[in-house]
Design a protein around this ligand. Sequence first.
Ligand code: GLA
Length: 382
Amino acid sequence: MKELLCTAFFEKFAEIPALVIQAPGRINIIGEHTDYNEGFVLPAAIDKAVYFAISKNGTDKLNLFAIDVNETLQIPLNNITKQANYTWANYILGIVAQLNKNRLAVGFNLAFTSNIPIGAGLSSSAAVTCGAAFALNHLYNLNYSKVDLVVMAQKAEHMYAGVLCGVMDQFACLMGKENQVIQLDCRSLDFKYVPFDIDGYKILLLNTNVKHNLADSQYNLRRQECERAVQLVQKKYVNVNSLRDVTAEQLEECVLNEDTIAYTRALFVVNEIERLQKGCIDLQNGDIIALGKKMFATHKGLSHAYAVSCAELDFLVDKVSNNENVIGARMMGGGFGGCTINLVKETAIEALVADIAPKYNAKFGLALTHYVATIKDGVKII
Ligand code: GLA
């Protein structure tokens, strides 16, 4: 990958890049739609990544080259704006826009390529924002901490891509550690690494290869529904700031009769925050069977109460739910398409995919692709 990237950079800009970095995608074991409710998540960086090559160019312009779509864009440093026709560029420009202009007194040439499947729910967009932030921080000696970069990358997504995402994807991409999952408190950003030992089992991602286009609008709507629930609880319990502070009893008391949609959504989140905490104890006790059961429960909640699944995801989870070689499965990420995450006995993976793929294709007319994900370090120079 590095060689390919450096060749493309050289052909485009007639120089060798000063810096080459890799920014991974992420998985999440459990704790979905909890990050923007100040709950916990359990993500990890994986072995699929976006690769960047970058150099300062001595001019007052940025030259951005998206190798995979063969598009180049030149933007003056003093006129960083959102691009309607080059959506990929917005993830980089959203970072540049936040950096003090005096600090970037001179422009840069940047080329990037990715092997993270787009729309698969593996956070390719966070990999681009985090990779760009990390690369610029290093190239210009800006001295931001990694956690500063997490916040900056999240803001870029809010402002330049219009998705009001939480902090999970960026945190996993920047802070990931080989063979460890990150138990992250999304309120304080306190975290700890937990070894992910699932002897004889692997993390299998089954890609629906669909991304229904309501994903972004429904995501933002779920945030509003959760906020409505919080506001109703706050009328009586003034110290409550987010669903993290709320109990199922409080929801029943303050929300149920006022706003059934908000109640149903919020109850899922409150349960999911608790489920994750219990799942972490399972993991520490080496009880992956119990953790897997919770993953199935999460899927049920995401599908029915939170209503962010789709027929394709439900089909894939249903097809493995009675398979003795699969200890846990659920949709992963924002929803409405992308991948399911499955904990599967290593020796059973091939047969499982061979069995489900034709059935999936017959039902939806879509190919089923699969990846065995391994847990790797977060963003780094290569
Ligand atoms: C997307 C968002 C994350 C998180 C998940 C759902 O991946 O980017 O912040 O909210 O959805 O858990």
